[in-house]
Design a protein around this ligand. Structure first.
Ligand SMILES: [Zn+2]
Length: 383
């Protein structure tokens, strides 16, 4: 079987004869006499496209044989016009080649070894060394400089004697006993069997998105080529929306959000203060009662409500029952200086179709009952 992607990674359509087409659990798997479909390997998904009119949804390699997966049977021993899903394939070439440049620069500048690569909807590169943010930014810039320098990329199978003189990074990609070298002029030598770009400039742009510690080293989420452009566009649209909402220039949105956040914190602080004053005024207006006090008040922030109940507990000898209506339920906070409310909770919830509990002097929860019924219950059970 002739591997056209080895000869020219830019072949997007070709004619080939179907050698076999066998049914499997997952559709049909077809073997061609020649193929430009690159199979899933080294963390990169297999190519998709068409054989004649039939869609190829995956390409895999087993024992050196490339299998094209289709949903329909294709009659063998006929010649078909085959097409790759070129947009998808070119994007993979952009990202894959950018990863070579990135790993080559990381190796040269910081002695990193690439320990993993994954190319799907997200793209990750793993290194054995945990790099700092500053190092990553240097690395990102140097990778882009190598892309903009538009260096030539060559692939070849050197003889044993020549190979020993090449200082290549290895992905241990060996083909029929031969090592395939991918040389990026002045940047990197690496053994790899995947399709690459002809020159670094076609990778367009490289961007680190975020990173995390990984197995003693680092996992870096990256984007390149059209993927980096889409990511930029999506983020630009978000920044533009934030910029419009805050009425600040796009380059100052972080400062704008910081100011908004400070203003919000100040409003929250003022509101909490006013909530406490309201709660205090309300409790002060209540008379002392022997037995239970049951009151309905508006919903305040939770600190103010707890303070209200703490103060209310001093206004009665039994339970101070505070109810407030939220959107979904009649909520309660009940406190007592004389009773263990944790123990009382079950009895109260059972009587008023309630949920919730707590420990010691205070319990919280909600009732599926009207405030009038709640009030009647606690007045009936005065102690
Ligand atoms: Zn490669």
């Amino acid at each position: 079987m002739e591997r056209l992607y080895d000869i020219d990674s830019y072949i997007k359509e070709f004619s080939a004869k179907v050698i076999s087409c066998d049914e499997t659990e997952n559709g049909f798997k077809c073997v061609l006499d020649r193929t430009a479909f690159f199979p899933e390997q080294g963390g990169q998904k297999g190519d998709t496209g068409k054989i004649g009119d039939v869609g190829v949804f995956d390409t895999q390699i087993e024992s050196g044989v490339v299998y094209h997966y289709t949903k329909e049977f294709i009659e063998p021993w006929k010649e078909y016009f085959c097409t790759l899903n070129w947009e998808e394939r070119f994007l993979k070439m952009q990202i894959h080649t950018a990863e070579h440049i990135f790993s080559g620069v990381a190796h040269r500048l910081f002695g990193c070894e690439n320990t993993g690569f994954h190319l799907d909807n997200t793209v990750t590169v793993d290194f054995d060394i945990l790099l700092s943010e500053e190092q990553l930014m240097v690395l990102e810039y140097e990778t882009n400089k190598a892309i903009w320098a538009n260096k030539a990329i060559k692939t070849y199978f050197p003889e044993e004697s020549e190979l020993s003189k090449i200082p290549y990074r290895s992905k241990k990609e060996v083909y029929d006993g031969k090592v395939r070298i991918v040389e990026i002029e002045d940047v990197d030598f690496c053994a790899c069997c995947a399709p690459h770009l002809k020159s670094t400039g076609e990778a367009g742009l490289f961007k680190i998105l975020w990173w995390m510690k990984h197995k003693g080293g680092i996992r870096i989420f990256v984007a390149a080529g059209e993927m980096a452009y889409s990511d930029y566009r999506n983020k630009w649209e978000n920044v533009r929306m934030v910029s419009n909402l805050l009425s600040v220039p796009p380059e100052n949105v972080a400062e704008g959000v910081k100011k908004l956040n400070n203003a919000y914190s100040e409003i929250k602080r003022e509101l909490a203060e006013k909530n406490n004053i309201l709660a205090e005024q309300f409790v002060n207006s209540l008379p002392y009662k022997d037995g239970n006090h049951c009151v309905l008040f508006e919903e305040l922030n939770s600190n103010a409500l707890i303070n209200l109940v703490n103060m209310g507990m001093e206004k009665c000898s039994g339970m101070f029952v505070l109810c407030f209506q939220t959107e979904n339920a009649l909520r309660y906070i009940i406190g007592s200086n004389s009773l263990d409310m944790g123990e009382k909770a079950k009895e109260i919830n059972a009587a008023l179709n309630g949920k919730g509990g707590g420990r010691g002097a205070m319990i919280q929860g909600s009732f599926s009952a009207s405030f009038e019924d709640v009030k009647k219950y606690f007045e009936r059970n005065d102690i």
